[in-house]
Design a protein. Structure first.
Length: 257
């Protein structure tokens, strides 16, 4: 695959660069990204699209000139929920946007999950087990919590944050970036979103938690129970810039001195 001369980079992260290229969005991964991971993300997208979730559809998986892999999806014209929230900071409009965001998350979670989506319990327990920097007793406790997740049946995005929601001109919402989707418990998915709010939208984390708890009819204690587990799982991704914050979420939730 070749990108056009008119391509425009919109996001650059440690393992990928994302471009708008005509009527498609193209994620170009670093050469170290395994092909199996790229194809798995494409398969995740295909499965949630078939389940009925509003998602930019897959166009192709291909290789670019240097041999690294690229994933192309349709371009949904709109803006991110995060940009709208940033612009509405301190106004009544922010509360309306947050309510739309939470409603969309609950809508996705209410969609029956395809059986072939990765099981949340298995994935999270495995990720926690990789975090050797944690005290082994702490790691054991977190893995035991993960083992108690049970067989959840909800579609859990597991990276649901305002940057991954596109809002079109008519107000329709689309969710993107389905790398981490699982079939599991909504409260564990909400715990991850709560962590992401604390990480990037600190002033509104409790507001998100209150609203999700009320609208989903899920006790906040159930969401808090999964915060240290999801934070530890996130540590396994080697995010050095957020390591101190994530460890604090594990320690605070488990009352570790």
């Amino acid at each position: 695959m070749e990108l056009s001369d008119s391509k425009q980079a919109i996001v650059e992260r440690h393992n990928k660069t994302v471009y708008v290229d005509g009527d498609r969005i193209v994620k170009v991964f670093k050469a170290t990204k395994p092909a199996s991971d790229v194809f798995n993300e494409a398969l995740n997208i295909a499965r949630v699209v078939e389940a009925g979730v509003r998602v930019p559809k897959i166009i192709e998986v291909s290789q670019v000139a240097d041999g690294s892999w690229a994933l192309s999806t349709e371009y949904i014209e709109g803006v991110t929920m995060r940009s709208l929230m940033d612009a509405a900071e301190g106004t009544d409009e922010y509360a309306k946007l947050l309510e739309q965001f939470v409603d969309f998350q609950i809508e996705i979670q209410g969609t029956p999950a395809p059986e072939l989506l990765k099981d949340q319990k298995t994935k999270i327990a495995g990720m926690v087990g990789k975090v050797k920097e944690l005290d082994p007793s702490v790691r054991y406790d977190l893995q035991m919590r993960a083992d108690r997740m049970g067989q959840g049946r909800a579609i859990c995005h597991c990276d649901f944050n305002p940057s991954n929601v596109i809002v079109t001109e008519d107000g329709t919402l689309y969710a993107c970036d389905w790398t981490h989707v699982t079939r599991g418990l909504p409260e564990a998915d909400a715990a991850m979103t709560y962590i992401l709010f604390k990480m990037y939208h600190t002033a509104h984390a409790e507001e998100y938690l209150d609203l999700f708890s009320k609208k989903a009819d899920v006790a906040k204690q159930k969401i808090h129970y999964w915060v240290p587990v999801m934070a530890a799982a996130e540590l396994s991704r080697g995010r050095k810039d957020k390591e101190e914050f994530l460890r604090s979420q594990v320690d605070a939730a488990l009352d570790i001195d």
